[in-house]
Design a protein around this ligand. Structure first.
Ligand SMILES: NC(=O)c1ccc[n+]([C@@H]2O[C@H](COP(=O)([O-])OP(=O)(O)OC[C@H]3O[C@@H](n4cnc5c(N)ncnc54)[C@H](OP(=O)(O)O)[C@@H]3O)[C@@H](O)[C@H]2O)c1
Length: 468
């Protein structure tokens, strides 16, 4: 029988407690939570105590922990707080519970912000499987099964909430009542995939935390991602968020869909690369077929060449299951033998051979020439231009969306592709297009853009490639 102490008694750890009680292999000695008297927690506690047949010990502060009587085999932490690192430090330094008390966490924000404490030479006492892609055994695969290989790159979908949202939007683009961004966000909150407003998920940060942790394991690389290289489906910055009409253009003209893609690449031949971005993904690829809240990753490596994995990337049940597998395992998934590489490519070094840009303007002659002239002045070549007719766009132009105010009805979205350019140059060109009020509405973000992720056969293996 393993003994555990639980820190944080929210969605995840309530499920951990339920599964632990059902397993008959794990005994809960104490539960620490900052607000155990909240209604939902009291109800969960009552239920779990009923099936256990006895009361559980709840505490509100780490100061109540006794070094002898409260010692457990494993501490299971799921608070979501970056400063929950204090609990790991307290275990190590104050309670003097060394390697023999394992610290299992699902808290990716804490791990990504404190990588040295999870991957240093003194980190035999931590397990982090559930922090990335919940139930997918990604950390274990990278750190054990692929450990002897040289990982060169990873391309995947690491945020289930936004994948669910994109999937829902795309399903209804040709329906008479299409689902707007706001509608699918509300639905994902209702289903428990996202917090109200979607913070953390829709801005790409959650996927970036996970990619940071995976990069550390795969490449021995500790990075703080460049904020310009982490963009979500609505980043609340200068550019527009994703809209249904973007899927129509991507489907109809570029045989692609749109996914929030996380990419990290590191090989001796090229500069390391780290990016989380909404991208156009070819319909023929497996990445484009990932539906709902699933997570998916393709790992390219020297000897195994190609491995992929797909599964439930969120939700209390798979997350708790992964945490309890960590509780029951005593294998060490850390190594600090690799050299740390800190310099990843910056946004002026990230080139894609094609980009799709969507603009929003009044449907007047001369507007495209106005924009293209500006691009040409910046040395960016326009490749193709697509424009749906007003009746084809119809309600798909998010009629219910109020970003453009009353002017929404008069605005027609158009799309063009540009040839090889880098991220910073494209952003700069779009931010400085002269907004002549004859052509453009005063309100709303006028542009959105997506790199086109290309897949090529390399030595017989289909791989996503980042153009040099
Ligand atoms: N939900 C998923 O599908 C999923 C999947 C994989 C990983 N995770 C990770 O699992 C963690 C927990 O997620 P969750 O959905 O269970 O969150 P949650 O429902 O908000 O639960 C967190 C619990 O921890 C408590 N808490 C917060 N900060 C604390 C602190 N400093 N000390 C003690 N207690 C504290 C919270 O109290 P209050 O009620 O007072 O806030 C709450 O009871 C997060 O790191 C998340 O990224 C979640």
């Amino acid at each position: 029988m393993k003994t555990i102490g639980i820190i944080g008694f929210g969605n995840i750890n309530q499920e951990v407690a339920r599964q632990a009680v059902n397993s008959n292999k794990i005994e809960i000695k104490w539960i620490l939570d900052r607000s155990p008297s909240k209604k939902a927690k009291k109800e969960a506690r009552k239920q779990i105590e009923k099936s256990l047949g006895k009361k559980l010990r709840f505490i509100k502060s780490k100061d109540k922990l006794q070094s002898d009587s409260d010692k457990v085999d494993v501490i299971v932490e799921a608070t979501g707080a970056i400063d929950a690192i204090e609990y790991l430090r307290y275990k190590r330094d104050n309670l003097n519970w060394g390697d023999e008390v394992l610290f299992v966490t699902a808290n990716k924000a804490m791990v990504a912000n404190h990588l040295p404490e999870f991957f240093g030479s003194n980190s035999n006492d931590v397990r982090i499987e559930a922090a990335v892609a919940a139930g997918l055994p990604l950390i274990r695969s990278l750190s054990e099964h692929i450990a002897a290989d040289e990982v060169q790159g990873m391309v995947g979908i690491l945020n289930g909430t936004t994948n669910f949202m994109l999937d829902e939007m795309e399903k209804t683009i040709y329906a008479s009542e299409n689902q707007t961004y706001d509608m699918v966000l509300d639905e994902s909150v209702e289903k428990g995939y996202a917090e109200p407003g979607g913070a953390g998920d829709v801005d790409g940060q959650d996927a970036a935390y996970k990619l940071q942790i995976l990069s550390r394991i795969a490449f021995g690389t500790e990075i703080a991602p460049d904020p310009d290289l982490v963009r979500g489906i609505d980043d609340n910055k200068t550019f527009d968020r994703i809209r249904s009409v973007d899927f129509i253009y991507a489907n109809k003209y570029l045989d692609s869909t749109i996914k929030l893609v996380a990419i990290a690449q590191s090989s001796s031949k090229t500069e390391p690369f780290f990016l989380v971005y909404p991208m156009l993904v070819p319909k023929s690829s497996k990445l484009s077929a990932i539906k709902g809240p699933d997570n998916y990753i393709e790992i390219y490596s020297k000897y195994l060449v190609y491995t992929d994995m797909q599964g439930k990337g969120a939700g209390p049940e798979p997350t708790a299951c992964a945490m309890l597998a960590d509780v029951l395992s005593h294998k060490n998934c850390n190594s600090d033998s690799q050299q740390l590489i800190k310099d990843f490519r910056s946004n002026d070094e990230i080139y894609f051979s094609r980009w799709m840009v969507r603009g929003s303007c009044y449907d007047l002659p001369g507007v495209l020439a106005h924009i293209f002239q500006h691009f040409e002045n910046k040395g960016i070549s326009i490749d193709e231009v697509f424009q749906l007719q007003a009746d084809e766009v119809g309600c798909k132009w998010d009629k219910k969306d109020r970003d453009f105010g009353k002017e929404q009805e008069k605005i027609l979205p158009f799309v063009f592709t540009v040839t090889k350019t880098n991220l910073s140059k494209l952003q700069e060109a779009l931010s400085t297009v002269k907004l002549d009020k004859k052509f453009f509405p005063k309100q709303g973000k006028l542009f959105a853009f997506y790199p086109v992720l290309e897949r090529k056969l390399i030595n017989g293996v289909p791989k996503f490639v980042i153009e040099e």
